[in-house]
Design a protein around this ligand. Sequence first.
Ligand code: NDP
Ligand code: OXD
Length: 308
Amino acid sequence: MRVLLCNRDSDAPDAWLGDLRHALPAAQVDVWQPGLPPDYDHAVVWSPPQQLFDEQPQLRAVVNLGAGVDRLMALRLPPALAIVRLEDAGMAVQMAEYACHALIRFFREFEAYESQQRAGRWAPRPPRVRADFPVGVMGLGALGARVAQAVRQFDFPVLGWSRTPRALEGVRCFAGEAELGAFLQATRVLVCLLPLTDQTRGILNRRTLSQLRPGGYLINVARGALLVEDDLRRLLDAGHLAGAALDVAAQEPLPAGHWLWTQPGVILTPHVSAQTLRGDAVAQVVRALQAIESGVEPPGLVRRERGY
Ligand code: NDP
Ligand code: OXD
């Protein structure tokens, strides 16, 4: 088996190569570079260039070193190529930490206490009622389902929305376009964990976000292009939304001077809510390639027609 590695964003390319070679001792694993002969079986990639697929049309499978395949799906890929993505691989627990942290920061008014501390003021605020903070999770996949379960542990009412009907213990589940309105209207803190597809691009917009309960919050940990940022700004300025935690932006890195850097009520992080962990990822790559070589459907197989 001959495997190409193309992980250009990595700050430890040698460690990825070493770990993959160690985990696949019978395989030849090479780092992709332009002009290699077209005789590789599989590619393991994050954010690869179009040139890789143009030069290697015989590839049978590509394994994406992340959960979201939107960038990969935007390329021209060989029609028969199997696309496999990471499923959880240590990311679900990170998403649960991040979403719960943001939720509790909003609910317990930590931002207000931080400014009181800076002003040297000791001033307890009245407790807020948990039932007034229903949390709606958009996307109930590997990551969203874990977030919904983690939020439940803090006794917030939890709702979830997915494309097809799901049943999750303790979560009031909604599905499809027809139930989106009811889901949003019952939600105050919206956590977005949808994949970016033709159906979901721009789904967080004035029409949808204005249906959240007044004083609502947005936690977007999925992709920046799901959100119409100017619509968020209008709803924050109007006070309909009280805050947002954004780990992703339409343009990354967020440009200097962008309004989001200084918008009151907005917490920003640089696309780190759930990072790819090399050990978990390599183990999942190995399982996927072994499944493909044995003619079995690999875990994390992407359905091209759905876009995720
Ligand atoms: P999954 O594919 O496991 O889950 C996707 C969920 O979204 C499913 O519940 C699916 O519904 C739902 N969904 C998809 N399309 C629609 C639609 N049109 N309407 C309603 N629901 C829809 O993905 P993951 O949970 O693994 O990951 C989610 C996303 O998180 C990734 O695509 C990626 O963009 C992002 N991510 C961000 C990271 C970061 O660091 N910021 C890190 C990792 C991932 P159904 O259940 O019916 O299929
Ligand atoms: C992913 C990401 O999709 O890190 O895994 O954004």
